[in-house]
Structures are given as structure tokens and as C-alpha cells.
Design a protein around this ligand. Structure first.
Ligand SMILES: O=C(O)CCC(=O)C(=O)O
Ligand SMILES: [Fe+2]
Length: 379
């Protein structure tokens, strides 16, 4: 008899001896209570790798109902899911079927399914702000709303305590993320099916002959992301100045948080948006489906995307000396950044390797290499 899937979560078989990149641990309860030492730790994490573990965040109770919602959604037949596929126009909300995004310049396909729900829709339900969703999501919108609300509060709190550290007046960042302003903030439940399961796709072959990624190397688009797993590895970071991808060890009760592009840009690149990717989990976990769940906090679409130099001398000084900030495309908004990045990853929009290059955000800055990022590279 096949054991029900839920009995194999959380997984506890991530290999003990696999070398992993260590991350600083931040205690959210302490940050929230104003503990300056803990805020120092958060500041350190966001200015160094831009990734950290977050504990005592209060989202724990909301994650399993989200995974259940994801499973029931991905179990729907394609006829029910495809009308809600995110499409090729640069919208992230909706279902994303595996194989419809590229993962690299060569044009390899991604191997994961997403069900993304816009914060705008979750909070306004039953009103529709961005789009409608598959039946299961609608039936369980209470679950999504609770997850979105709780996660959004956590990330808004982290964003607020970081403000004074970079000389920004109180409320500057919150004003770019006002509730009711349409934004790219969203929840995302991710499934990489096990071999033989519905919707499974094998990874392609990368340019170097190694297997391609399940989710290609990228930086996140928004301010902060918060990721929950169910004990499966597969998330990797490329630490700045290195060329070896390193696993992040899943730790029970700890979310993995990271800075995204818009926080990096608003801060004049004081805060770092680090490149990461997803590969099949290490054996023996690779025989099992891999589940993850993210909440992305992103600015209102209409907000300009440029260093907040007129609000902080520290930001201005950093932006003026940082080549990545100097190379930023002019006239971007948070919405144009998000839309370009999402649309140009879609297989249907691919013309060649230049399309992948044009989908990039701060990846080259993350690698400390930034000739003209955000636009195609010559050659
Ligand atoms: O599934 C993961 O571990 C990470 C997902 C991710 O990086 C993303 O969706 O942006
Ligand atoms: Fe990501």
C-alpha cells in the first residue's frame, strides 16, 4: 500500500554531511520587540549575503493548509487549470505549468508548477483586483488570505526596522507598499513532482553538461521574500565572488528570507539581492515530490524604481559609488521591472539567448559583474 503523501512530511532525510552555506539566524519575535542586537543581526544579513533564517515568525500555523491547497490545486485536471495559467504578458498571478518558463540562456525548461495568488486578490476577495483563480483556490481563499496577511506583516516589520539603518525617514518604504495600491506581492506554492507523478518533467542539460536547474538562477524581484519548505533541500545560493553553488540546509521551524531587487535598488545597493536557484533535492530526497511556499513582498506597480537618494544621504553616497546602481536602466517602475522579468522568462516569448539576458534583474550585481544589467549583453 502507498502511504499517504502527507505522512512523509516534514522530510528529515536531508544528508547530514552535505556541505551547505551557513546563514545567520534572525529571531523575528526579538526584532519585533525592538531588540537592537537582533536588528543588527538582520542588518548584517541583509548587507552581506542578503539571505537569512527567520525563526519565531508566527507563520508556522499557516503553511500546511497552504501546502494542502497547493496539492488539491495541482491535482486538478489540466482542463480546469489551464484557463488560469499566468500567460505570456508578464503577470505572475495564477497557475504556472512546469515547462513554460526558461531556466537559462540555452532555453532549458523549468520543471516546477506554481500556484500564485496576488495579495490584492487575497485581501479583496470576493472582489477581483488582478485575476480569478482555479476552483480549489477560490474554495480555500480564507487559507490564502490568512497566510498572505500574516506573512505580509512579518516582511513589512522587517522592512520598517531596516529603514533607519540606511538613514531613511520612518515610513518611507511603507509608503511604497500601501495596501490598496496594486502590486506584485503574492503567495506562491511550488511543486516539483517526483518522477512518474502527474506533471513531472526531467531537467534539461545545461551548457556545462550538468543537469539544468528546476528553477533557473535568479534574484527575486521584490523587497523581501520568505520561504518555507517541508524539509526538502534543493535551494542553492551562489555566494558573491565564488563560482560554486551551495545548498541551503532546511532547518525545521526556520523560514529562509532574502532581499530582492527592489530593496537592493531603493537602498542604493546597501542591501544585497543574491542570486539563487532550485535544483533537484540531494539523494535520497530526489525520489520524492519537493514542496515549497513563498510570500513575496513587492512595491506598488506605479512606484518608481530608483535609489531613494533624495531621502537619505547614506543611500545617495552608496548609489553614487556603486557601478550596479549607475548602470540601472532609467525610468523603471516596480511594475515595469516585474513585468519585464516575468514575461521574458516565458518560453513563448523567447527569441534566443538575448531574451534570457533581457529578463535579468540584479543578477550581475550579485556576482559583482555589471556591465549593463537589465538589458541584453552584447556577444
Ligand atoms: O523553492 C524554492 O526553494 C525557492 C523558490 C524561489 O526562489 C522563487 O520562487 O523565487
Ligand atoms: Fe527566488
Amino acid at each position: 500500500m502507498v502511504a499517504p503523501q502527507s505522512s512523509s512530511y516534514p522530510r528529515t532525510d536531508f544528508p547530514e554531511d552535505l556541505e551547505c552555506h551557513p546563514l545567520l539566524v534572525v529571531d523575528f519575535a526579538k526584532v519585533k520587540s525592538g531588540d537592537e542586537q537582533e536588528i543588527d543581526q538582520l542588518y548584517k544579513a541583509c548587507t552581506a549575503l542578503g539571505f537569512f533564517y527567520l525563526k519565531n515568525h508566527g507563520v508556522e500555523d499557516f503553511t500546511e493548509p497552504m501546502f494542502d491547497m497547493g496539492k488539491a490545486t495541482f491535482d486538478l485536471p489540466d482542463e480546469e487549470l489551464m484557463p488560469f495559467e499566468q500567460g505570456d504578458s508578464g503577470m505572475s498571478a495564477g497557475y504556472k505549468k512546469a515547462g513554460l518558463n526558461n531556466v537559462d540562456a540555452k532555453g532549458n525548461l523549468d520543471t516546477v508548477h506554481f500556484i500564485n495568488v496576488a495579495k490584492d486578490d487575497a485581501l479583496a476577495y470576493p472582489d477581483v483586483k488582478q485575476r480569478t483563480y482555479p476552483r480549489i483556490v477560490v474554495e480555500r481563499m480564507d487559507t490564502v488570505t490568512s497566510f498572505v496577511r500574516t506573512s505580509d506583516n512579518v516582511l513589512q516589520t522587517l522592512m520598517a526596522v531596516l529603514e533607519p539603518r540606511i538613514g531613511l525617514p520612518k515610513g518611507t518604504l511603507a509608503a511604497l507598499h500601501k495596501e490598496g495600491d496594486i502590486s506584485g506581492s503574492e503567495s506562491r506554492c511550488i511543486l516539483k513532482p517526483a518522477e512518474g507523478d502527474k506533471g513531472y518533467l526531467p531537467e534539461g542539460k545545461g551548457e556545462d553538461g550538468n543537469p539544468a536547474a528546476a528553477i533557473g538562477a535568479h534574484t527575486d524581484f521584490g523587497v523581501l521574500s520568505m520561504l518555507h519548505g517541508r524539509g526538502c533541500g534543493g535551494l542553492q545560493v551562489l555566494p558573491p565572488g565564488t563560482s560554486k553553488w551551495q545548498h541551503i540546509r532546511p532547518l525545521p521551524g526556520h523560514a529562509v528570507c532574502n532581499v530582492g531587487d527592489t530593496l537592493s535598488v531603493y537602498s542604493g545597493n546597501i542591501f544585497k539581492s543574491n542570486i539563487h536557484r532550485v535544483v533537484p533535492p540531494p539523494a535520497p530526497q530526489n525520489k520524492h515530490p519537493r514542496w515549497s511556499l513563498v510570500y513575496f513582498l513587492r512595491p506598488g506597480f506605479d512606484q518608481p524604481l530608483a535609489p531613494l537618494s533624495d531621502k537619505s544621504d547614506l543611500v545617495r553616497a552608496n548609489a553614487e559609488k556603486d557601478p550596479a546602481m549607475q548602470a540601472l536602466p532609467k525610468g523603471e517602475t516596480a511594475g515595469s521591472w516585474y513585468k519585464r522579468r516575468i514575461a521574458l522568462q516565458r518560453v513563448a516569448n523567447r527569441k534566443g539567448p538575448e531574451t534570457w539576458a533581457a529578463s535579468r534583474g540584479t543578477e550581475r550585481a550579485s556576482l559583482r559583474f555589471f556591465p549593463a544589467w537589465g538589458r541584453p549583453l552584447a556577444g
